[in-house]
Design a protein around this ligand. Sequence first.
Ligand SMILES: NC(=O)c1ccc[n+]([C@@H]2O[C@H](COP(=O)([O-])OP(=O)(O)OC[C@H]3O[C@@H](n4cnc5c(N)ncnc54)[C@H](O)[C@@H]3O)[C@@H](O)[C@H]2O)c1
Length: 409
Amino acid sequence: MGISLGLVGLGAFGSTFADLFRRHPVVDRVALCDREPQRIRVFADRPDWADKFSPRDAYDSLDAICRADLDALVIITQPWLHAPQCIQAMEAGKHVYSAVPVIMTPDADEILGWCDRLIRTAERTGMSYMLGETTFYRPQTMFCRRKAAEGAFGDFVYAEGEYFHDVDAGGYTLRQVQEHRETGAAGCEWVQRKAAYRRRGVLGGPMHYPTHSTSGPVAIMNAHAVSVTAQGYRNRTGDPFFDDSAFSNETALFRMSNGAVVRICEYRECAGPFHDSETFRIMGTRGAFAENTWRSNGRRGSGVLGPDELQTLTDDAMRDPLPDDVARAWYDPAAGSVAYGGHGGSHAYLVHEFVDAVAAARLPAINAWQAVRYMAMGAVAHQSALRDGETLAVPDWGDGPAQVRRPGP
Ligand SMILES: NC(=O)c1ccc[n+]([C@@H]2O[C@H](COP(=O)([O-])OP(=O)(O)OC[C@H]3O[C@@H](n4cnc5c(N)ncnc54)[C@H](O)[C@@H]3O)[C@@H](O)[C@H]2O)c1
């Protein structure tokens, strides 16, 4: 028997996941939910959706879809809504997938409070939470996780993660994205709420959207941040995009639980070729990875190096395989390959991991305990930057249960 799930939030990003979820062979039934009815119709009116979607499974609110007899909800709403909506879904007995980040508001303390409530809810309800962090399933991250599992890095010494995305770069700019997200019923409500933060003098920063840059080093090293010092760059042009931000760029240096040091950059005002670069570099005593290249010195002990290995890899060589039936269901004959979706082909893996975890009643790879690690790093880095680089402790909620047998579908 397959699973049933509801897609909540069919905007610009959520709509790119809809067909992957519907076509997954283990998904039997898909419900659709958005506060803007025309966004539901885009899929509800399509003949190829009739196999898994019934018109009675169209919902105009999270409250309504939480009452439906579905196994799971996929929440891809605006970023300030995620954590409370995911908690509501888990309280209603649904496993939940959340778009990144865990939550984004201008208030770092509030973000850390939501991290705590998310963990408590996951513990109390036994429902699964998965963060849809695209970097986790980029080919580079999959390759490095395999190398780490083999011990090929040796001891980790250093990593860099970065998300350079200038506010005006690209065809569909961050400025346009923000304008779009602040339309519609949910967007208009946020404009009011946002003004209240500003009146209180609470200003956020790019470290409140940190998961693309923090997740690579954390997931590969299997370590968490212990402390941080950070600095910010303030916009100097009076750009209204940054009215709710203390900084347009933030740079942080973390001490990790394994003794390594990690440098993270979240920049929204930067020129040059890095306009939308989401990447990491990672270095151990025996192996290192950067720019799709693996290098190993073959170290066998003090003063003893083995043959030097230098290997540049393709995306296909770095990816984990998908199960055959899933790859067949997503095969795109025009492209002659699996339709992996965006962000380095990570979308397909995110969908498969969530569906498979719900069906198998297991904890997903990017579970609540992983997710809050990526998020807390950014929130505390921002607090440090506001205090001119004061070194601050980063909270951690542990590894979570080794594996739990949860209520299945
Ligand atoms: N690489 C990545 O991981 C990546 C890339 C892009 C976007 N995102 C994330 O995806 C999320 C969505 O971004 P987007 O650009 O699609 O936004 P969007 O504004 O286009 O879509 C959000 C949708 O959620 C709906 N919604 C809000 N509250 C709702 C509720 N209570 N019930 C039902 N529907 C509700 C809105 O009506 C809207 O249609 C963001 O949080 C963003 O952070 C992640």
